[in-house]
Every structure is written in C-alpha cells, then in structure tokens.
Design a binder for this molecule. Structure first.
Ligand SMILES: Cc1ncc(COP(=O)(O)O)c(C=O)c1O
Length: 425
C-alpha cells in the first residue's frame, strides 16, 4: 500500500510539472485486413487460397521450412507492428507511461484475455510464461511433509524438476501416472491417475496437450474425477490454449498455467496463471508483495518492471485469432497434421508416436520415428539436405521427431517434407 500511495503522489507531482501533450505518436501501418479472414465456408480448412492469405500475414523466414512451431510461433505482422509501435510509444513516454498508463493497460488486457479464455479477470494473472506460472504454484503451495502429488510420465521437464525440488525441500512424495501412447479409451488414461490416489494425495499435475507427442488428454474427466475425491488439479495448458477449440473455464481446473507466445502467436515472453479465488490466499507468490491483499490475484504479478508492450500485444493477437476463429483454426491445424501423417504412416520403416487414429486425441502436433535412424539423425538430415526444421525428442518414454506446423505453413511445404521422408528408406 505504501508504494501505491507514493505513486499516486508522484503522479500528482508529474501532472503539475510536465506538459500534458507530447508529439502525436505515429503507429506503424497495420497491414492486416481481418475482413478477408472472415470469408469462411465449411471447406475453408482446406482452401489453400484462403490459407495463402493467412500466410501472407506472417513475416516468417524463407530460409527454411519451419515445422517446429511448438516452441514459439511467430506473431502475425499485425501483432508484430502493434508490438513495435507500443514499444516505441512506451519508450517515448517512459516513466510517464509506467506511472500513469500502465495500470489501465494491464487491467484492460486482463479483461480481454479473461473474456477470450472464459475465465474470471480476478482469477487471472499475466505472467512471462508457463514455467513461471506453474513454478509459482509448485513452490508457493503450503506443502506438508508426506503430501502426495501425481504427475504424468510425459509432463514437461521443468515442472517435474520443480516438484523434485519440493521433494527435497518439503518432503512431498511424487507418484507418476503411466499414460499410454495409444490409449484404447479415455478411461484408461483417467485410471492411470485415479489408481494412484491415496488419502495423502493433494494435487494432480496434468498436462492438457503433451508437447512430446501431441497427445490430448481427457482433462475434464480427470479433473472431475479428482474433484470428486477432494483433490486439486494444476493444469499445464501451454499447448492447448489457442490451439484446440475448447472452453478453458468449463474445465474448472484449480490452477492453470499457459504461454501465449505459442499458439496465440503473441510476441515472446508472455503467459498467464489462473487460480480459483478460493485458493489464492494460500499460495505464496514467487516474489514478495505488500501492495495487494493476500487473496488478490495481482500479488502474483509483482515481478518488477516489465516489458508492457509484450503484455498489451495480447489484445492484438486475440484480434487475429478471433478473425480466423478457434473452430477453423483447430480444423486447419488438424488437417495439416493429417495431411503428412496419412501419407507416411504406412511406410514400413515409419512409426507414428501419436494417437492419430482418434481425431480427438491430437491436433497440429505429431511425432514419428524412422527405423535405423535416431531422431537426431533424422532432424539433421531433414535440415541439411532439405532445409526442413523439426525437433528430435529423446525422452525415456518417447523417441522420435516432433513435427509442428502452424497456420502459415502450406501443404506444398508438407509435400516437400513427405518427399524427404520417402528418401529415408
Ligand atoms: C507442456 C509444456 N509445458 C510448459 C512449457 C514451458 O513453456 P515456457 O517455456 O513458455 O514457459 C512447455 C514448453 O514448450 C510445454 O510444452
């Protein structure tokens, strides 16, 4: 509270001593014509003319074919321009912006993002990424010695590392659900978690869409089963948000972390942490905060001076996403995955490490392996001989090459990729 009072006073001082008008600020020409994107019909997902329009809205590198959009997806030109303009504006106004405009921009962005995610603004903190969001929960949870946590065998490594740190610091016990690569049905996956529950289980840590294989887990069923047994759920939604078409609010997860520089195509370094109101007070923030009450979600945003242009750009990224729409985006991404998988899946030397036979179990991402080659050898060959960029996944549970197209990738690029794989036999 002390800091806020000081800011209010110094703001008053600024008002009386600084000129209120600065030179009009020129925003970069925003070339996007979102109206063109709204001309959709039931076949738009495979209308290459439509997707060529989309492709031209991205400033992607022409030096190689990028099929590794799972780490970070380029922002469309509209978002890139908006972001650069905001950075210039903030730089020009400097502390004036930070003291007098930052808070309004933050709250407006929070509201827009909450509406987009179907979450409640007062349960939503804007963070740098999923790692920060989920580490906040894992390190700030009031653990007691002997508390049990169930994680998945394909959860993201940094989250497992964060839990392992709590094993050492707080004496919690980790149990690992073995998620099958090709599940027969949802129950098999739900049971892999539920069968590990004991009276000491406090938390299930659940990855909604597994980054290694692209497998989508039946999150709602697992969350409901956990809640029926009084267990809270942390949802790692890094790869599901703005990728698959679902209602995040309906899942009712207790804690959610995601990165917006992946499928929402925001500039690098922005994500969110959502926490149900009833849990906020009991979680310690990563960095100490005296500005907000302990049940205020804003206590998690006290990470020092931040690049506000990155945060404000969320608004523009949502406009681009909404012009295409979640439904069509999911359909197109799924189509691109199926396009190459269908062509190579029956080659005798290929294994597909993603449950592609059920269309609800994956979307854009799939993983494959080639007999007689390590994943690393395949990715190196693809890059050096065909200028195709993918990533090798070498993990105790899954060894293969992850392929992640995005909206700006074309079927022609995928044809080149399929040709390259045909040469590997
Ligand atoms: C499932 C999953 N969780 C968390 C993360 C971490 O995301 P970030 O590096 O943006 O924090 C990733 C990154 O790829 C991921 O795939």
């Amino acid at each position: 509270m002390i800091r806020k009072t000081f800011i209010a006073q110094s703001g008053g001082l600024l008002l009386s001593t600084l000129p209120l008008t600065t030179k009009p600020f020129h925003f970069l020409n925003n070339s996007a014509n979102f109206e063109n994107l709204k001309n959709q019909n039931s076949d738009s997902y495979r209308d290459e003319k439509y997707w060529n329009t989309v492709r031209e809205m991205f400033n992607y590198s022409k030096d190689f074919i990028n099929l590794e959009n799972g780490y970070f997806s380029p922002a469309p030109i509209s978002t890139e321009n908006f972001y650069i303009s905001k950075a210039k504006y903030i730089n020009a106004k400097s502390s004036w912006f930070m003291r007098r405009e930052q808070q309004t921009e933050m709250e407006n962005t929070r509201k827009t993002l909450a509406l987009f995610l179907n979450l409640i603004p007062d349960e939503l903190a804007i963070t740098r990424n999923t790692t920060e969001s989920l580490n906040t929960i894992i390190s700030g949870y009031p653990w007691k010695k002997g508390d049990e946590v169930i994680v998945g065998n394909q959860d993201y490594g940094s989250m497992i590392a964060a839990f392992e740190q709590q094993v050492k610091r707080s004496g919690i016990i980790l149990k690992t659900a073995q998620i099958p690569m090709h599940p027969a049905n949802d129950d098999e996956i739900v049971n892999s978690y539920i069968s590990l529950i004991t009276p000491k289980t406090r938390i299930i840590h659940l990855t909604h869409l597994i980054n290694l294989s692209g497998q989508i887990l039946p999150a709602k069923k697992i969350i409901d089963a956990a809640h029926n047994r009084g267990i809270e759920v942390i949802l790692d939604a890094a790869h599901s948000v703005a990728h698959i078409n679902f209602n995040l609010g309906d899942l009712e997860a207790d804690y959610i972390g995601a990165s917006l520089h992946k499928w929402l195509c925001c500039p690098l370094g922005v994500g969110f942490l959502a926490i149900k109101k009833k849990h906020i007070a009991k979680i310690y923030p990563l960095m100490g905060d005296n500005d907000f009450s302990i049940d205020d979600i804003r206590k998690f945003e006290h990470t020092g001076t931040k690049p506000m242009q990155t945060i404000i750009a969320i608004n523009e990224a949502i406009k681009f996403h909404n012009a295409i729409g979640s439904e069509l985006k999911e359909k197109r991404l799924s189509y691109l995955k199926n396009y190459w998988v269908q062509k190579i899946k029956n080659y005798p030397y290929i294994s597909i490490n993603t449950p592609v036979t059920d269309e609800n179990r994956s979307c854009a991402i799939a993983n494959f392996s080639v007999s007689n080659y390590t994943p690393q050898q395949v990715t190196e060959k693809l890059l050096s001989e065909h200028k195709i960029f993918t990533v090798a996944i070498e993990h105790p549970f899954i060894n293969g090459v992850r392929v992640t197209p995005h909206l700006y990738n074309s079927t022609k690029e995928l044809d080149k990729f399929v040709d390259a794989i045909s040469m590997l036999k």
